[in-house]
Design a protein around this ligand. Sequence first.
Ligand SMILES: [Zn+2]
Length: 428
Amino acid sequence: MPNILFTNVRILDASGQQPFTGEVLVQGNRIQRVGRGLRTLPTAGVTVIDGAGATLMPGMCEAHTHFGWTNSKTLDAIQKLPHEEHTLWAASVAKLYLDYGWTSCVGAATPKPRLDCVIRNAIESGQIPGPRYLAASQEITVTGSLGDDMLPHLPFPEMSFGTVVDGAEDMRKAVRMFLKYGVDTIKLNLSGDNLVPGADATTNWMSDEEVAIAVKEAKVRGKRVSCHARSTGSIKQSMRHGLDIVYHASFADEEALDMLEAAKDRIFVAPGISVIIRLLYEGEVVGIDNSQAKRMGYERELEAAVNSMKAMLKRGIRVLPGGDYGFAWAPHGENAKDLEYFVKYLGMTPMETILSCTRWGGQMMMKGGELGEIKEGYLADLLLVDGDPLSNISILQNRDKLLAIMKDGAFHKMPEVGAAQRFARSVA
Ligand SMILES: [Zn+2]
């Protein structure tokens, strides 16, 4: 890999400081030097990329990713896709995330047992392009809750959307199976979801006995446990058992907030608020109008989720964007909408939102201190952005605004030479 010097760029380094004009030298897969001002770093033997004032920022982290979701209207449709087509689909989705500047993704659940691990391994070996990826298990659930068989007559039991367990020994077996496959994260569905008749978002499903055995088995192998936890009771349950990642966390009361805060240096929260917002305001695309969405409880959940996330942010709990893209109401690729939602609904500034998906993202990827900032010695995951995301966060939704995408020191997208006279790329 040649050494790369980005010069004449506005560096948004994700340390929290305001952007500054400067240069960044990448050697191998690491950021070697960061210079303030121009012509401060050596150019001999280096490929120089003149950013003409474009913004250079760290690659983004999607905190709640499902490569296996198929942009369909229902969970059933995801489940029905045969294994072979599903694998190809997930590979194409992985590339798409990188195309949109997500250089890291945290897998939140996979619809077929080995799918996430296969995709992660293929990315790591260079077989397919994709972000850094942490592979998840299927959603482990209990009879009757979210992820339990939506189809009455499956041809093969392994085609169930989630892995259904009842009782501690069932759970132990399921967790050990996923650990054998090599997952990074075990995912538990602790609460229901408004999409499931008879198991809405405020309901609790898993026993303490089941959760305890899952955590115990995962920790033996040093793996993290995440959860789908919308209800108050499920958030508290997740904290009682030492879970690491809480997805949704919509209905957090004071006690739940206290418990989350007590674990704030370890845990991450990713609300995945797009599901709620899209179904409430744009659900017509899947035949759910606003009044139906309200009847399903989405207005109530949005209000609760906004209050919960604001309270968490005040308490210093890391709340990250991304989540549950890959449905017809929020297809893959639109994930950066979440950044806009964080500004619009959670009251975060664009800077805070970017820190959340970069700096905190590196920490969530378990690479805190070497990923998610533009800093000497850090991994070279970089985006060259045509414009200023701090004055307009929505430009990150537009992949054409990403002039260059670098992951691990290698270009996924090369800046075009001389495109509209914006770039003067030369080999010194
Ligand atoms: Zn999800």
